[in-house]
Design a protein around this ligand. Structure first.
Ligand code: ZN
Length: 512
């Protein structure tokens, strides 16, 4: 049975669609005023995989993901660059599509833009005014939060506490500091659409209510987005939608966690802000290889947990994939004809299918699903030692491909894979005000412990060695070889004075 963690109920709920066999799902997309960073990529990928898995489970999925293409940030950007705001949105919508295509994120069923839904937005605001839950102040329209008694049920906040907190920035025009704008009158030179309240533009929250209801109906199954959208964006969407229709809005609220960089929240001011474009450009591998490493890295952590990006994380993901593609190579290149290991294969493949579904049914647990692939990889490698017939080898390969497709992994030929380790310069992602590291030569030879330029870097190599041991221990644990796992743990403690901390999300941190 598929279970989905629902922010609204605060627990994993059994998934029951409104209409049998169908999923109607809305995800808040990007505000197009800049390039997408890793946080955007994570959200896009998480919902791409959720959609793929629901389709794999034979649901008929209607997936709507919007573009916010009118917003203060867009207007500011356009003013900064001295170009029309439409040029800003066109540029970054194109860039978004380019990034997503490279990452293998499929386009949604419908990708509506706010500017193309003014009629629906205005109609919805009019309904809210007629119902007496919104009010006009000059050319602006506000939603009156107090008129929606259930306000705060998604973010578990209490209205009186919010009011106390909002006092700092009292806007005289609002009846209550927590009220939010549905329609904003425009200043000269700003984008404006005609409305019964004068020329202006919609507030951010109302556009998602209008677009989701237009494309999915007044009540639909899943509403998703990043955790940072829970409050106020999604709370406000619920308040205005439910007030307008007197029906439930979305039934399951799904939110993905943040991406941090070296344990700090990714932000422009810290200079640790990574665009997808940049990673593709700087990392140096062929696009499909980089894309798969990014996907593997992003899916190795459960979608609700915070995810830390560091210099080494992509390389670790790449190395983990190397081990899969090496197996695929062995499977294709082996010339064995005797099928001494054949007999054991069908049950292994069946087990993979079952455990994969079990993992994904448990709130889309991608790290657990990946662990199943790792387990199968180990087993198939062992069977290859015993010899597998050609037919069996094809079957094994097909199993990786078919299930891997749900996660967007293992889809290219091993011939197109780049096995070499580029070892991007340490600190390649540092820029701006972060830790300043000396420039590193491009090639790093791990076996000799020196760079090709001849500079010894023992500390960095030691860290890599530790990380390799940590990975090895993780794999040992996954195949339930706890003796080996304990040996590694002991070795790390005695040799490197490293303490390991296993975290509930399945990852391990180490510190000295
Ligand atoms: Zn939204």
């Amino acid at each position: 049975m598929l279970k989905v963690f629902n922010t609204l109920t605060g627990r994993k709920d059994p998934y029951e669609p409104l209409a049998p066999g169908q999923v109607r799902m809305y995800v808040c997309g990007v505000t197009v005023y800049d390039y997408s960073h890793l946080g955007h990529a994570r959200s896009a990928l998480v919902f791409d995989v959720i959609r793929r898995y629901l389709e794999y489970r034979s649901f008929d999925v209607t997936f709507v993901k919007n573009f916010t293409d009118v917003d203060d940030k867009i207007i500011n950007r356009a003013n900064q660059l001295g170009i029309p705001w439409q040029e800003v949105t066109t540029k970054y919508i194109d860039a978004y599509y380019h990034d997503m295509e490279r990452l293998g994120v499929r386009t949604a069923t419908v990708e509506p833009k706010a500017t193309e839904h003014m009629e629906e937005i205005i109609r919805l605001i009019r309904t809210l005014l007629e119902k007496g839950v919104a009010y006009r102040v000059n050319g602006d329209v506000y939603f009156e939060v107090q008129k929606y008694p259930a306000y705060g049920r998604l973010s578990k906040r209490k209205l009186d506490e919010l009011q106390a907190g909002a006092r700092v920035e009292v806007d005289e025009r609002k009846r209550n500091p927590v009220d939010f704008a549905l329609w904003k009158s425009s200043k000269p030179g700003e984008p404006a659409w005609p409305s019964p309240w004068g020329p202006g533009r919609p507030g951010w929250h109302i556009e998602c209510s209008a677009m989701s209801m237009k494309h999915l109906g007044e009540t639909f199954d899943i509403h998703g987005g990043g955790q940072d959208l829970i409050f106020p964006h999604h709370e406000n969407e619920i308040a205005q939608s439910c007030s307008a229709t007197d029906k439930e809005f979305a039934r399951y609220w799904v939110h993905n966690g943040f991406v941090t960089v070296d344990q700090e929240k990714m932000s422009k001011s810290l200079g640790n802000f990574f665009t997808v474009k940049e990673i593709f450009e700087k990392w140096g591998y062929r696009e499909e290889v980089t894309a798969e490493a990014i996907r593997y890295f992003l899916l190795s952590t459960h979608y609700r947990s915070p995810l830390d990006f560091s210099d080494s994380s992509l390389s670790e993901a790449k190395r983990a994939l190397d081990r899969f593609y090496s197996l695929f190579q062995r499977l294709e290149e082996s010339s064995a004809t005797r099928g001494l290991g054949d007999e054991r294969l069908p049950s292994l493949l069946e087990q993979l299918g079952n455990e994969f579904r079990q993992a994904m049914d448990d709130d889309f647990n991608t790290p657990a699903a990946i662990a199943q692939f790792q387990h199968l990889r180990g087993e198939v490698n062992r069977l290859l030692e015993m010899e597998l017939s050609r037919k069996a080898r094809e079957k094994a390969l097909e199993a990786f491909r078919a299930l891997g497709q749900v996660l967007g992994l293992f889809q290219i030929s091993w011939r197109d894979w780049e096995f070499k380790d580029l070892y991007p310069p340490v600190g390649w992602m540092n820029k701006g005000t972060q830790t300043v590291l000396p420039p590193q030569p491009k090639e790093w030879n791990p076996t000799q412990g020196v760079t090709t330029a001849g500079t010894p870097l023992p500390l960095i190599e030691e860290e890599r060695e530790i990380q390799r041991k940590v990975d090895e221990r993780k794999e040992a644990r996954q195949r339930k070889d706890f003796r080996r796992a304990d040996e590694i743990k002991k070795e790390l403690r005695e040799r490197y004075h490293v303490i390991l901390e296993d975290r509930p999300d399945g990852t391990t941190r180490w510190k000295r």
